[in-house]
Design a protein. Structure first.
Length: 563
């Protein structure tokens, strides 16, 4: 039986064994990876492509171009030289007459922001404009430097990443001279591409008291040139020059990483690499079955609270220690220890099946772990095929701190002594009775009582691209599947209504399955549709159902199942 936080019920008879094992292990919780290792130091002032003495040898020639006071907040427009020929633009906001205030440096992909809210709430707000290829000094932009999207160049001086990191480094150099700012209390944050830049900055500047990033771990390429089971999007050389994971062993400031687990930019193997390599205090939050444009869930909203731990001496952060696995009566038991001053609101386990390196687009399941001893939790993860490996991770949430996770770990059930399946993959993929959106990566769902079966059906608002996407599609674990069946509720208006069965976000690269022709009415009321599975090429590799219904604001769907 499944529930919003239960994927598989661990048999009660196992909990006695787990309790005994948990008590024996309680004092042996592993420290976070690399906790005892010191961060690497620059060699002759160099960290990768960043030659710090040479960067700082360039005179900044700081100029306060304009200063105004609005609503009791001072706003300064400042220009400085970040690299020869590049005049960076920075906006500084603060409360006049207040000194040694904490600093909030919000990194952007384009332009600058006037951070009045931060200044009204005790901070000095800092926004630095990245390069954009602009050559007009009258525009409120940085002058000079490469355009956005010019990232992985052989010459770092031509790279947007390099210039943005250097401009931020020099901005911090300047901020540390300002009496309004506390140089020992600087926080840096960034999202997506700017988060990538923040992760690089973390490696070369340990003055900030903390960093946090969302979906900023970027692309990864292994020594064989691969990532996610495919050729890497960037070359290994480009990764070594610009990849945040390649720099993760540097930097001592605390770093909090919030990542979607199915992102096309902050890729899964890149997350594993950077988080495992970090040698600083660190925190992690994970959002399953999401990409970085679809993170409306609460999992990724804990960074400001975490940051307060470092900026304002907040409460001690909980730690979710690495998990361990044991086999009891044929069950695969994932167990983990939590060190926390308060009781978690929940303790979940995320798990995903498949081949190593192919987790972009895979389904992540969520199960509610059971407390088996003080600070110790466990979940029996169903094994549908012992030859299929899996990743598992644990995540908790507390009232004070919010979300903390451990890093996903790789396991091979057959090597742990599991010789046969202990569960059958559920035929019902989506009945929406749980009223949660775990398996809806794209689209906003509500749940209606008007359902063709059960108590609820889903009414899903399509994403910006007009699609509704559903995961929990893992045909490589289905046995003897012949058809995919589901209910759709029509409105009597003309189609088209189409379905794509895909293993990639680029659904248009896959064959279209027409459910309602363009001129055909989408029959009113609930109707069942059946799709023969033998017509779908490479079915075992598919992961996602993508529905498109032109011009419709809502798609009603229920009882998606295989048989």
């Amino acid at each position: 039986m499944r529930s919003p936080r239960t994927g598989w019920a661990t048999p009660r008879c196992l909990w006695v064994c787990l309790l005994i094992c948990g008590c024996l292990c309680a004092a042996q919780a592993a420290d976070p990876p690399n906790a005892a290792l010191k961060p690497l130091e620059p060699v002759d002032g160099k960290v990768g492509i960043f030659d710090l003495p040479a960067i700082r040898a360039v005179p900044m020639d700081v100029e306060i171009v304009k200063k105004t006071v609005e609503d009791g907040i001072a706003i300064e427009e400042i220009r400085f030289t970040s690299r020869p020929g590049v005049r960076a633009l920075m906006i500084l906001t603060y409360a006049p007459g207040k000194f040694k205030r904490p600093v909030s440096l919000n990194v952007r992909n384009y332009g600058v922001a006037t951070l009045k809210l931060e200044a009204k709430n005790t901070f000095v707000g800092v926004s630095v404009c990245p390069t954009s290829g602009n050559s007009d000094p009258t525009k409120r932009l940085t002058v000079g430097g490469p355009p956005f999207n010019q990232f992985y160049t052989d010459d770092p001086e031509q790279s947007w990443y390099y210039h943005h990191v250097v401009a931020l480094l020099r901005a911090i150099d300047y901020i540390c001279t300002r009496p309004e700012a506390d140089p020992k209390n600087i926080m840096v944050q960034g999202y997506s591409t700017s988060g990538y830049v923040v992760n690089l900055l973390h490696a070369i500047d340990s003055r900030p008291v903390c960093y946090y990033t969302w979906h900023g771990t970027g692309h990864y390429t292994d020594p064989q040139g691969m990532s996610g089971g495919k050729s890497g999007i960037i070359t290994r050389k480009q990764y070594e020059m610009y990849g945040p994971a390649a720099y993760a062993k540097y930097g001592s400031s605390p770093l909090y990483i919030a990542n979607a687990l199915n992102d096309y930019y902050a890729v899964f193997d890149g997350l594993l690499e950077i988080y495992s390599n970090l040698r600083c205090p660190k925190g992690l939050a994970l959002a399953p079955n999401r990409g970085h444009k679809e993170t409306s869930r609460n999992e990724l909203r804990s960074a400001p609270v975490w940051c307060a731990r470092w900026q304002f001496n907040g409460p001690t952060l909980p730690v979710v220690h690495d998990g361990t696995v044991s086999v009891k009566e044929g069950q695969f038991i994932y167990q983990f220890t939590v060190t926390s001053s308060e009781q978690p609101k929940y303790a979940d386990v995320f798990y995903s099946y498949g081949e190593p390196g192919r987790w972009v687009g895979r389904t992540w399941h969520r199960g509610a772990a059971t407390k088996v001893a003080h600070g110790i939790y466990a979940l029996a993860i169903p094994i549908y095929d012992p030859a299929v490996p899996l990743y598992a991770a644990a995540q908790i949430e507390t009232n004070t701190i919010g979300v903390m996770a451990n890093i996903p770990q790789y396991f091979e059930p057959v090597k742990l002594g599991i010789s046969r399946a202990n569960a059958v993959y559920p035929h019902m993929l989506h009945d929406f009775e749980e009223v949660n959106d775990l398996y809806i990566p794209v689209g906003t769902a509500r749940y209606d009582a008007d359902a063709p079966q059960g108590k609820f059906a889903a009414a899903i608002t399509p994403f910006a691209d007009g699609t509704v996407q559903l995961v929990n599609v893992e045909p490589f674990l289905w046995k003897g599947a012949k058809e995919l069946r589901f209910y759709l509720k029509g409105d009597g208006k003309p189609g088209p209504v189409d379905l794509y069965v895909t293993n990639d976000r680029n659904y248009w690269d896959f064959p279209k399955i027409t459910l309602v022709q363009p001129e055909e009415p989408f029959a009113e009321g609930w109707h069942e549709y059946a799709v023969p599975l033998d017509a779908i090429a490479n079915l075992s590799e598919m992961t996602t159902l993508v529905f498109t219904a032109q011009y419709r604001q809502v798609i009603y769907i229920d009882a998606v199942r295989w048989q």
